[in-house]
Design a protein around this ligand. Structure first.
Ligand SMILES: NC(=O)c1ccc[n+]([C@@H]2O[C@H](COP(=O)([O-])OP(=O)(O)OC[C@H]3O[C@@H](n4cnc5c(N)ncnc54)[C@H](O)[C@@H]3O)[C@@H](O)[C@H]2O)c1
Length: 317
């Protein structure tokens, strides 16, 4: 990684892409970002993310869709690719499956085909997801267990992950797929639970809770995810690795105990019916991450949530 000349980040205006970009730029890397600024959530938030990256002269931005960008220009001079561009979110994926297929599967396929022809030797890191596992009771989730996605979004993330593996086994592309588990922290997407909870608290509104709150999630702080990304080119080619936070918690516990402590405010809850596609529990087995990336999550739930709360307060003022 230290010898890397120029890193390409797809989805660089997004939550994780911009956080990774900032870390690499701060370390002196040259970064080319591509993003088509989809309207899945506020473009203002994406522009604010980009504005931070644009402070660095070594950042170059391409506002284009991976489905129609000129790949030769995009990949010129690049020696490491982080492929994070995607249409995220479980709930919307029921109604707009074609959009998910386009951004998650077709865009990945086009990128991989171009890499195979133009620069088959550069490492490619794909942002996969815990959603590939589905609603399984086999906990903690191991990379070797059967994947059975529970939402159309999960189906597209698994299809793209399989494409990445195909290009590794058939054409020798140097790939690593990282399965992120519910990422949180500053710049989190506004459709994600913590962002919604904290914004409701800030605006003194009831916090929306889908279902009975007994569902649990393995929450992963953004700087831990970024660290795993930075280390991932050292993993064996073709690997698939969980990136969890080691902070599994039920939403009920979070709302009753952690949120009041972090925000120092009273929390009112509004219960909303459970959403199709939401799984009961997630928890990452981190053995592979520890073995191949020497990865251990560093930031716990309270500490990370406090950072997100401070960011929410700044961002909405
Ligand atoms: N946030 C999480 O908790 C989480 C968990 C598991 C996996 N992931 C994966 O991590 C990646 C980043 O997630 P995020 O939360 O930062 O999402 P995000 O929506 O904030 O970022 C994704 C970015 O990709 C861009 N994009 C989408 N399709 C594109 C295309 N065809 N061409 C160019 N740009 C395109 C979007 O405009 C967006 O800015 C995604 O692949 C997502 O599936 C995220």
């Amino acid at each position: 990684m230290s010898l890397t000349e120029r890193v390409l980040i797809t989805g660089s205006a997004g939550f994780i892409g911009s956080s990774l970009g900032e870390r690499l730029l701060r370390e002196g890397k040259r970064v080319r970002g591509i993003d088509c600024l989809t309207d899945y959530y506020s473009i203002d938030q994406k522009k604010a993310n980009l504005a931070i990256l644009k402070h660095y002269p070594s950042f170059e931005f391409v506002e284009k869709d991976l489905n129609d960008v000129e790949m030769g220009d995009l990949l010129k001079g690049v020696d490491l690719v982080y492929h994070l561009a995607a249409q995220p979110g479980v709930r919307a994926s029921w109604d707009q499956f074609d959009t998910y297929v386009r951004h998650n599967i077709m865009a990945t396929s086009r990128l991989l085909a171009a890499l195979e022809v133009m620069c088959p030797h550069i490492p490619v890191v794909y942002a996969s997801s815990s959603s590939v596992y589905g609603n399984t009771k086999e906990i903690p989730f191991r990379e070797s267990q059967r994947c059975s996605p529970f939402s159309p979004y999960g189906v597209t993330k698994l299809a793209a992950e399989n494409l990445v593996s195909l290009y590794s086994t058939n054409y020798g592309l140097k790939t690593v797929s990282l399965r992120y588990f519910t990422v949180f922290g500053p710049r989190q997407r506004p459709d994600m639970a913590f962002h919604k909870f904290l914004l409701s608290v800030l605006k003194d509104k009831p916090v929306p809770l889908y279902g009975d709150g007994r569902q649990t999630r393995d929450f992963t702080f953004i700087s831990d995810v970024v660290e795993a990304c930075v280390r991932s080119p050292q993993a064996p080619s073709g690997s698939v690795i969980n990136v969890g936070g080691g902070s599994r918690c039920s939403l009920k516990d979070l709302l009753e105990h952690i949120l009041p402590r972090v925000t120092e405010r009273k929390i009112r809850i509004e219960v909303i019916s459970p959403q199709a596609g939401d799984v009961s529990d997630t928890l990452a087995d981190l053995e592979q991450a520890s073995k191949y990336l020497d990865y251990q999550p560093k930031v716990g739930l309270c500490e990370g949530l406090k950072e997100e709360w401070d960011w929410i307060c700044r961002f909405y003022h």
